[in-house]
Write a protein that binds this ligand. Sequence first.
Ligand SMILES: *Cc1c(COP(=O)(O)O)cnc(C)c1O
Length: 383
Amino acid sequence: MQRLRPQRLAAAVRRKATQSGTWLEGELKLDTNIVHAAVTPEPRSGAILTPLFLSTTFIQESVEKYLEKGYSYSRTNNPTVTALEEKLAKVENGFGASCFGTGMAATTSAISATMQAGDHCVISDCSYGGTNRSCREFFTPLNMEFDFVDFRDPENVKKAMKPNTKLVFSETPANPVLSLTDIEAVSKIAHEAGAKHVVDATFATPVICRPLDWGADMVIQSLTKYYEGHNMMTGGAVISKDQAMHEKVKWVQNVHGNIINPFAAYIILQTSKTMHLRMRKQSENAMAIAQFLEKHPKVTKVVYPGLASHPQKDLADKYHRDGLHGGMLWFDIVGGSAAGTKLMNVCQRPWSLCENLGATESIITACAVMTHANMLKEEPLPE
Ligand SMILES: *Cc1c(COP(=O)(O)O)cnc(C)c1O
């Protein structure tokens, strides 16, 4: 094979990238976008992977001219992080994405970008434990107001709206009880009141549901979960539907400085390329386990959005693509929490007793005493 000198190689790569405009920019199928969106060969070497740019600062051509390349300082942006953000924006069908060090940093930044002291938020009474804690224990003392309501019925959201409501916060499927939100109906209620609707779609991922397509203004992803998928890196993202919201989130991020590390962005750029395949297999496996447990004499209840017995099966069918419902399910067993604790303690490999989800290892968790312990002190989880 003829070897090209670096300049000619760079020109060839650029030519290829523009010629194949449809390949890079077009309306590709989600699976193809998950692999290719925002990833172009590196022009100097032709390296197929986006390089890991470990550089805090970027040289300016002149006092006026640093913005041409778009980079100044890695708290504000970094080329590896930008590639991940562009991929997420494409895959989630948003205007732009901001990547954070964790999912919680994404959540608290979405709240900070939409609310100020004196504002009100209607939030699901069933959400990730850390989200609930940040609202009750961090934002409430800053004079922001939160009403925790049951989002299974959009009427409850409507009734809780106030003149100062700026944010409606849903999570679907909700961690850990797998209740679903009618995204379209709740978006409408939020917009009629002039509020933004943010959806934590960590349990769904865009492979199963893209809330921005159903009217939501922002999506939150804990990248720690399915996107990363290998129990290696934490990360989070806010993907915004429009430019104004995206710029607000970016501004908050630059102020707080809670960015994703470029190394984590590099890893997630690679691991996320198989998310659609993992999600399909994990959904299949979860369905098989749910069906097995439903027939088991010692199991009293199984909840999985793929089962006909899920109380919101109609919403699962409407919002979940390709009959996929994710890798998470929960079940109760005869003997209550004492028997549950015993089961957790005797579980053998391949089951691991720990927190986290969405990765290749199979995990079993006692939410009531582990991930959601802080919520249960105040009130029981909704059934
Ligand atoms: C894990 C999780 C979060 C928080 O993400 P971290 O990366 O752990 O900070 C937020 N929402 C949901 C639904 C989660 O499962």
